[in-house]
Structure formats: structure tokens, C-alpha cells
Design a protein around this ligand. Structure first.
Ligand code: DO4
Ligand code: MG
Length: 285
């Protein structure tokens, strides 16, 4: 089941459920006015099955503006969870290359804070590349949607935009390489109810277009992630609380070749087979 946040023609933000015919059911009259309450339910899919009725307002997607699926949840990210990512980081780094080798094999994963809602964009909105970076890439990633109890209640599409020259120069620059204006894209759909075993069969695809031409394509399988989803969620919720829930990007397995950097007006398109598509133009920030 796919749900989203959307803005209606009066500017109010509402929660929608995707119908089979690609229209949206507005869940507001059924009492679902925010994502958080739905995700806190013991059985969000069961609840949606009970309330989704033909009597709810039905909207064409062209009538609404899709919003990022983040309210007060913190957005975190795991790193170096795919062999491809480990190799790419080791190549870009000088004196800190072994840190990546070690974290890939270590019991404790790399987890870093990525964004609050203010820095998150969704499909159709621009992602940012830093004006002081020379090497900027998208990182297409599956994101886990976690409620306040640390339970994985859904999945969405994420883009962990990164400045590879900054993180390669010195690991201590990682927060600057990862966190800046428009550095995170999510959504627009939250897929609810898929088990980890089903999600591991999904394919992640990336296409980057420049002036209408495709300048990079790549793909990977979610099944290539080295760590279990519960393992990642368990480390995130260790010794800290998330009263509003959290989203956790699970790392990238697609890395454009050395020498490739994003430019303003490129378009980044990420597809995850079980969820949908996230598409963003690029701007310099
Ligand atoms: O350690 C650097 C970041 C790694 C990352 O973001 C990834 O592997 O996706
Ligand atoms: Mg990443």
C-alpha cells in the first residue's frame, strides 16, 4: 500500500492513499490527518483497509502537489553498507581509506544524522549541490520508515546527496559533505507493509539526464545490502529516543564513475521497483 502527504488546492496538507487506478483517496474524512499517527498504529495496513472506502474524496494526481513524507521525524543515514560504496570511498580517500574498510566489516554500522524536514525535498523539487564542492553525486537509497518504537513500518525512496571531494579530503568533513540545503530527497510514496524479504528483492535504478540526454545509468539490488534492516534500526534506536519516529537511509550501491559530477539543471531519477519513482532537478546552493 502506498501513502503520501499532499497539498490540496487550498494549501492544506493531507494524507492520501494511492488507488489501483493511480488516483488518490483523501484520508482526512476518515480521521487520518498526519503520517505520525498512522505509523504509530499497531497495524497501519489493517487500519487503512478498514477505512478506505469509495465514499472518501478521490483526487487525480494532477490536482495535488506531492509533499515530502516527513513531518517531525529525524532523517538518518547508514553508510558503507554495499561493497560498491566501500570501494568507491576507499578510492576517493587518502589517509582515511582504511576507515571504510573497517566500518564495512565492523559489528557497529556507520550511522549519521542527515536532515530534518526543512532540508528535505520530494519529487519535482530541486536537490542541491554545494557551490564550494567540485564533485557532487546523488546516492539512491532505500529508506526505512520507523515509528517511535523503532518498528520498521514502511519503506520509501531516498537520495543522500553527497560532496565526494569534501568527504574524500578528510573524514571529519563528512557532515559538510552530507548536510546542506536541499541535500536530501525522499518519497513521494511511503510503501507500507512489505516484509524485509520482499524489499530485498527490489531493484534500485538511477538515471541522470543532462539537456535531455542520459549521461549515467546504474542499478543494484536491495539484496546486496550487507546488513539486516533490524540490525540498522536497532543501532539507530540504541541509547536514544525518537518520539516522532525516524527515517533511515540504508546506503548506496550505485556510484557514478570517477570524473562524473552533477551540474545545475541535471535531472536525477531514482526508481525502486516496489515503491515508485523520485525525480529531481539539480540546483547549486
Ligand atoms: O561514509 C561515508 C558515507 C557513506 C554513504 O553515504 C553510503 O555508503 O551511502
Ligand atoms: Mg549514502
Amino acid at each position: 500500500m502506498n501513502v503520501c502527504r499532499f497539498q490540496d488546492q487550498d494549501g492544506a496538507v493531507r494524507i492520501g492513499l494511492m488507488n489501483d487506478d493511480s488516483t488518490l483517496l483523501d484520508l482526512t474524512p476518515a480521521g487520518i490527518t498526519g503520517l505520525h499517527a498512522l505509523l504509530e498504529s499497531d497495524d497501519p495496513c489493517g487500519q487503512l483497509n478498514q477505512i478506505a472506502s469509495p465514499g472518501l474524496p478521490r483526487l487525480a494526481l494532477s490536482q495535488v502537489r506531492l509533499c515530502a513524507p516527513v513531518e517531525r521525524q529525524e532523517v538518518w543515514a547508514a553508510g558503507v553498507t554495499y561493497l560498491r560504496s566501500k570501494r568507491a570511498r576507499m578510492e576517493e580517500s587518502g589517509f582515511s581509506a582504511t576507515a571504510y574498510d573497517r566500518v564495512y566489516a565492523a559489528e557497529r554500522p556507520e550511522l549519521f544524522f542527515k536532515a530534518l524536514a526543512e532540508k528535505v525535498v520530494t519529487t519535482g523539487e530541486a536537490v542541491g549541490i554545494r557551490r564550494d564542492a567540485r564533485w557532487s553525486v546523488p546516492e539512491p537509497e532505500l529508506a526505512l520508515v520507523l515509528n517511535s518504537r523503532g518498528r520498521i513500518v514502511g519503506h520509501t525512496i531516498g537520495n543522500d546527496m553527497s560532496s565526494r571531494d569534501l568527504e574524500g579530503e578528510n573524514l571529519l568533513y563528512l557532515p559538510q559533505a552530507k548536510v546542506y540545503e536541499r541535500s536530501c530527497a525522499l518519497g513521494p510514496w511511503l510503501n507500507l507493509g512489505a516484509a524485509e524479504s520482499a524489499a530485498r528483492a527490489w531493484t534500485i535504478r538511477l538515471a541522470i539526464r543532462r539537456q535531455g540526454q542520459c549521461v549515467f545509468t546504474g542499478q543494484t539490488s536491495v539484496g546486496q545490502i550487507k546488513r539486516g534492516f533490524e540490525e540498522l534500526a536497532g543501532f539507530l534506536f540504541r541509547c536514544q529516543r525518537f518520539p516522532h519516529g525516524a527515517l533511515l537511509l540504508t546506503g548506496t550501491g550505485i556510484v557514478p564513475p570517477e570524473g562524473f559530477t552533477l551540474q545545475a539543471q541535471d535531472v536525477v531519477e531514482i526508481e525502486i521497483s516496489g515503491i515508485g519513482r523520485l525525480q529531481n532537478p539539480v540546483v547549486v546552493v
